[in-house]
Design a protein around this ligand. Structure first.
Ligand code: SF4
Length: 400
């Protein structure tokens, strides 16, 4: 796990639970939440109803109980970061196909993991232009909750407080990055980890396991199975390949084909034929493998590279329940696959609300407005310059 550990105890994990209470107790605030894919298969481990009733040991999807619990605590609306994941796939697949078409800036590196993005900026600044300009699902969702939700709900956007519930400590840092906001303002106000969510609910005396499930709020609560698998290593690549296959062929992909990119090895490399276009795909689990890929130059052998800093992906992120045995982490991955299987749609464009948001707000993937609200740019930050007090070369900014 990418957990920060200080041997002297001088550094402690940032705890934002009190900030959520302040927002909830302020009658002028409209407090809304978004819940990341990987949280729903980990936070229920402590509850009696957190397991599938079939005895398989696979964690149940407890997102419905979390919606109930957050409403009981006082949240006005609870949305699904999986909607943001479907939107990320729409934009990232458009970007991938554009780069494949032009042959420029290949491979495309995924940018959903803020620890990986920071790693590239600091240690491989010359490769920053490979990073996708797409904001992460948290970032895209934050942008819509700040602008689209208030319009639909008829509330003043200035009154909205956006709280993300993430499996990840690095997502707190991501939310504060100026590059991940819009028009000079952060789109996500507070990030709670899975552990902080459990603390918030304990302080409130709310037992989600005892509550009946409720659906996510409309319309930003809809998602496909492609979004559910974002929480496990290879999931982003698989979701993007399903969408790319649809764009290349007009057909819906058979899911098992792209399942080859999933797994537990440090590096998985698979080549796919998308209607005559070869896509060489690499999936890296953990920064050790990512360093090897970049240092050896092997990354040049691929067109599309997914990296998640935490081995296994967000299902074992730094904000998840601590000291989780590998077997349980793998069961969380199986839990996400089960959610994917149960969904009626498995490719992101099949999300009807995604189509509506493009009609209402964004136009089409890769449009000027999509870039304004959903994309960003990164600056190379050579580590040695930072240590010497420099701040990188602003002229080298790249991306959307
Ligand atoms: Fe966060 Fe780890 Fe997921 Fe990266 S892989 S987004 S660091 S939980």
């Amino acid at each position: 796990q990418c957990t920060l550990v200080c041997p002297t105890g001088a550094l402690t994990e940032k705890d934002d639970v009190s900030r959520v209470w302040e927002a909830l107790e302020d009658p002028t605030r409209v407090v809304v939440a978004q819940i990341a894919p990987a949280v729903r298969v980990s936070v229920g481990e402590a509850w009696a109803r957190g397991r599938e009733p079939d005895g398989s040991g696979i964690p149940a999807d407890v997102s419905g109980r979390l919606v109930s619990a957050l409403k009981a605590v006082g949240f006005h609306a609870v949305f699904d970061t999986q909607f943001g994941a479907d939107l990320t796939i729409m934009e990232e697949t458009h970007e991938l196909l554009a780069r494949l078409g032009s042959g420029k800036e290949l491979p495309l590196f995924t940018s959903c993991c803020p620890a990986w993005v920071r790693f590239v900026e600091l240690h491989f600044p010359d490769q920053v232009h490979h990073l996708s300009s797409c904001r992460s699902p948290q970032g895209m969702m934050g942008s819509l909750l700040r602008r689209y939700y208030p319009r639909l709900a008829g509330v003043d956007p200035e009154r909205v407080t956006v709280v993300s519930i993430m499996p990840c400590t690095a997502k707190k840092y991501e939310a504060t990055r100026p590059e991940l906001g819009t028009d000079g303002r952060s789109d996500v106000d507070i990030v709670l980890t899975t552990r902080e969510l459990s603390r918030l609910l304990r302080q409130a005396g709310v037992d989600p396991g005892a509550l009946p499930p409720k659906p996510f709020d409309d319309p930003l609560g809809e998602s496909t199975g492609a979004a559910a698998i974002f929480g496990a290593s290879g999931g982003v690549a698989e979701a993007a390949l399903r969408e790319a296959y649809h764009l290349a062929t007009g057909q819906t992909a058979a899911r098992p084909e792209f399942h080859l990119v999933r797994g537990w090895d440090d590096l998985r490399a698979v080549e796919f034929d998308l209607n005559g276009t070869q896509v060489r795909c690499a999936v890296v689990s953990g920064l050790k493998g990512a360093r090897r890929l970049l240092e050896t130059g092997e990354y040049r052998s691929y067109d599309f590279v997914e990296v998640m800093a935490c081995p296994g992906g967000c299902i074992d992120g730094g904000g998840q329940p601590r000291h989780t045995p590998l077997e349980r982490v793998q069961r969380r991955g199986a839990g996400l696959d089960a959610i994917d299987s149960r969904k009626p749609a498995h490719t992101s464009h099949e999300n009807e609300t995604i189509q509506r948001v493009y009609r209402d707000l964004l136009g089409e993937p890769g449009s000027v407005e999509a870039h304004h609200l959903l994309h960003t740019s990164y600056t190379p930050l050579p580590l040695n310059e930072l240590l010497l007090g420099g701040d990188g070369d602003p002229a080298a900014r790249t991306g959307g």
